[in-house]
Design a binder for this molecule. Structure first.
Ligand code: HEM
Length: 224
């Protein structure tokens, strides 16, 4: 009987919390982009009727998922810095290594592989950091818009910092405009993110997409 070799190894890379928050964040971003698009272009509201509350309901959904995104953004930042597994924090070593950047860029044109210090490549790390900062920006500007509509409770508490920020940004219209512009960063990110996740799995024979569902990565024994 011929000897069978283990071709693939299984590695636990994402904790349950990271996976749950990934999908919660993905869901809230998709809902916020869709409801946000409707808020700025309310095509179902007939100009001749004043009792169509579609805009109000859509806006309510936008706010519910907006607060979910605010919570996820805070918890996710905590997990990055203080989570038990350091697999994400370790990835930062590659961001400050010119060798790692070069290896990653070469691997995109099929020249070699790029072993990681953690779980993300340097370009991947930088783009995730960028989209996280964009989410933080949307949370802050979203809360400013919220405080301008709801003056009691949380809105009241946020009123002073919201007014300060509104002045710094050049007025409420500008806040809303930036909240609108940055929405496009999420649309572009989503398309590239899904494409790259599938492509990486094919290129490096990883189960990259499944890993964020099951937590496990499978890859060739001597590959990375
Ligand atoms: C990925 C995150 C988000 C996206 C893509 C997004 C997108 C949008 C868009 C496109 C608009 C319409 C802007 C316009 O009229 O031109 C909007 C409005 C608004 N968003 Fe967001 N948003 C996000 C997060 C949030 C968060 C976290 C909050 C608050 C907790 C929030 C609260 C609001 C409010 C209050 C409005 C104004 C509604 C109105 O004027 O009727 N958004 N958002």
């Amino acid at each position: 009987m011929s000897q069978q070799q283990t071709l693939y190894v299984r590695e636990h890379i994402f904790s349950g919390a990271i996976r749950v928050f990934h999908w919660l964040r993905a869901l809230s971003i998709v809902v916020l982009v869709i409801t946000g698009a409707y808020i700025c272009w309310p095509f179902l509201t007939m100009p001749q009727s004043s009792d169509v509350l579609v805009q109000g309901w859509i806006r309510m959904v936008h706010l519910i998922f907006g607060f979910i995104l605010v919570s996820v953004t805070v918890v996710r930042a905590y997990l990055y810095f203080f989570g038990k597994s350091d697999i994400e924090r370790r990835s930062f070593r590659d961001v400050i290594s010119a060798k790692a950047w070069w290896a990653q860029l070469k691997s995109y044109v099929w020249i070699g592989r790029h072993p990681h210090a953690g779980v993300y490549g340097p370009l991947q790390f930088v783009s995730y950091l960028g989209i996280t900062l964009a989410a933080a920006f949307m949370c802050v500007t979203g809360l400013v818009l919220y405080a301008n509509v709801y003056h009691e409770g949380l809105g009241g508490l946020l009123w002073q910092p919201a007014t300060w920020l509104t002045v710094q940004m050049g007025g409420l219209a500008v806040v809303r405009l930036w909240h609108h512009y940055v929405t496009w960063a999420f649309v572009i990110f989503l398309l590239i993110h899904i494409y790259m996740a599938v492509w990486m799995g094919i290129r490096f024979k990883h189960n990259s997409v499944d890993a964020i569902v099951s937590g496990y990565d499978y890859h060739p024994k001597n590959g990375h």
